[in-house]
Write a protein that binds this ligand. Sequence first.
Ligand SMILES: *Cc1c(COP(=O)(O)O)cnc(C)c1O
Length: 382
Amino acid sequence: MTGIDIDKILELAPSPAYVVDLGRIRHNLAILDQVQKRSGAKILMALKAFSMWSVFPLISERFYGVCASSPWEARLGREEFGKEVHSFAAAFKESDVRELLKISDHLVFNSFNQLERFRHLWEKEKVSIGLRVNPEHSEGDTPMYDPSAPKSRLGITLSEFEGHSLDGVEGLHFHTLCEQLFEPLERTAKVFEEKFGKYLHQMKWLNFGGGHHITRDGYDIDGLVELIKYFQGKYNVQLYLEPGEAFVINTGILVGEVLDIVHNQMDIAILDVSATCHMPDILEMPYRPGIKDGYDPGKKPYTYRLGGPSCLAGDIIGDWSFETPLYPGKRLAFLDMSHYTMVKTTTFNGIEHPAICTFEPESGELKVVKKFNYMDFRNKLS
Ligand SMILES: *Cc1c(COP(=O)(O)O)cnc(C)c1O
C-alpha cells in the first residue's frame, strides 16, 4: 500500500490498533467527488463498510449522505453524518419502519409484500419510497457476495415485479456488485435496462447500489460518468451510487504485535490481533491480506504461520515469510484494514478490541480516537 508512512505509524500507535490515514481518505474522496461533479450523480457512503464516525465530518463536507441497513445505522448516519439517509433492509419489522420513516430520506423495500404491508405508514410521510430489484445478472464468482445468485433473497426479480401497482413508488435500486471495476457495472446496467427500463419513466431516481471500486487504480471513471449521464438523460432520473469500500480502500492498517513464537512442524507466531475477532473476512470471504514486508511462504528466509490469541483452532491469518526473524514485541502492519473490519469485529474470548486511531500525514500526528476497555466488553453483555 503506497502513500502511508507505515514505519512511523508502527512506532507511534498502540497495539492492537486500527489506524486510518487521513491523507489517503482525502485522496479517495477527491476521486469520488470528481465522479459526482462530472456526472451529476449523488454519492452516498455505505455505513455497512465503514462507520468510523469520528471522520464523518471530513466526508460529509462533500457527499450527500449515507446508506443504512438498519435503524441503528440510519440513526448513526442522521446524527453523526448529518445529511441524507437512505435505508434498505431485506425485510423490516413494523417498529423499524416507524423509526426509519422519522430519520430517512429514502426507504427502499425488498418486496411488494413489505411495500403494501407498510403503505399506511409511509403514505402519509415525505420519505421517498423505492423498490430493490434483482436484474438476475451475476458478475461475481463468490455466491456469498452475489445478490444475483440463483434463489437470492435480495431484490425483486422481473417475474415477481410485473403486474403490481407502483403507486407511490419513486425509485428503483439495484445492488449486485462486489469490489468490481466499471465493466461489470456496464453489463449489469444493460441487463437492468432491458428488464426494468420500461418502469424507469415513472421514477424520480435510480440507485446503482455499491460494490464499485471507483478509487482502485484502473477504474474507468469516464465510462462511469457516461453511463450515469445516459440514464439521467434518457429517463430523467436522479442517479445515486452508494459505495462503501471505495471511500476507504487503502486508507488504513491494523497494527499488531507478536506475543510468542511456538513450533509444531513449523514456526508459528501468535499475535495480539485475531482473524476471527479483528479481520473476520479472512475467514469469511476468505482472503489473504497484505502485510508490510511480508512475502509468500518460502520466498524469504523466515517463514511463519500467523495466528490470533483466541482459543479457536482456526484463528489463523495465514503463512508469510520475512527477511528477518519475528520475535515477541515485533510489530506487524496488516494492510487495507479500514473497511469491513471495525464494523464486523467481536470481543470473542474477551480479547482486547483494537484502539481506533487516525494518522495525519501532514503533521505526522497519530491520534488515538478511542481505546476500549473492560467496561466496553462488559456492557455488551449482561
Ligand atoms: C454492501 C452494500 C453497499 C456497499 O457495498 P461496497 O461493496 O462496500 O461498496 C451498498 N448498498 C447495499 C444495498 C449494500 O448491501
